[in-house]
Design a protein around this ligand. Structure first.
Ligand SMILES: C[S@@+](CC[C@H](N)C(=O)[O-])C[C@H]1O[C@@H](n2cnc3c(N)ncnc32)[C@H](O)[C@@H]1O
Length: 174
């Protein structure tokens, strides 16, 4: 069966811009107190729950994967774009990066202690997002923690959210 057309379009687009994207955002986390605060809280929640593998789903060049690893998480990245995966492996050779789709994760149910989707679900059509989120939860070890960062389809403003245990939060961002 052929894959949905939006996946091949995303793959092609990010393959083309992988090196430029990595250069453009190389220092973005250092400049964003808000992003570091959300990711720091996410890391604390995962570690407080015992830690374990954390998937950065739609990892791009791996900058956020590396940040999560620096916070003590056993973080690895997954991305649709081989170009992005190549940049991530080259930049962070000590970390693991796999090629794959967040809509069809090759991660067994019950493996992840946490999942972070940082500006990656923005490319998933809204009608398919519930199944992607269900897949994140299915790949989690326990009442797991996951966080996401995106843009509102109605206001185009930044939004973020997370779920830990049975608690879900989503809010406007910066
Ligand atoms: C805006 S970039 C964000 C990259 C990274 N999370 C960051 O913040 O630097 C979006 C990334 O999501 C990836 N992506 C989009 N849809 C995906 C999917 N269905 N499966 C895996 N990766 C996907 C793209 O290839 C791209 O690398």
């Amino acid at each position: 069966m052929s894959e949905p057309s939006h996946l091949s379009q995303i793959r092609t687009a990010y393959d083309v811009v992988a090196d430029d994207y990595a250069a453009l955002l190389a220092d973005a986390l250092a400049a964003s107190l808000f992003d570091r605060a959300v990711l720091g809280a996410f890391a604390e929640l995962v570690l407080a729950d015992g830690g374990g593998p954390v998937g950065h789903l739609g990892c791009g060049p791996g900058r956020v994967t590396a940040h999560l690893a620096s916070l003590g998480l056993a973080a690895f990245g997954v991305d649709l774009s081989p170009g992005m995966v190549a940049v991530a492996r080259r930049t962070y050779p000590h970390l693991r990066f796999d090629q794959g789709s967040i809509s069809d994760l090759a991660i067994a149910d019950g493996v992840l202690a946490g999942a972070a989707a940082w500006y990656s679900i923005i490319h998933t059509p809204p009608s398919l997002q519930p199944s992607v989120f269900a897949s994140f939860i299915g790949s989690s070890a326990r009442p797991a923690t996951w966080c996401w960062r995106s843009r509102s389809v109605t206001t185009n403003g930044a939004i973020w959210g997370w779920r830990t245990g049975t608690t879900s939060t989503s809010m406007p961002g910066d």
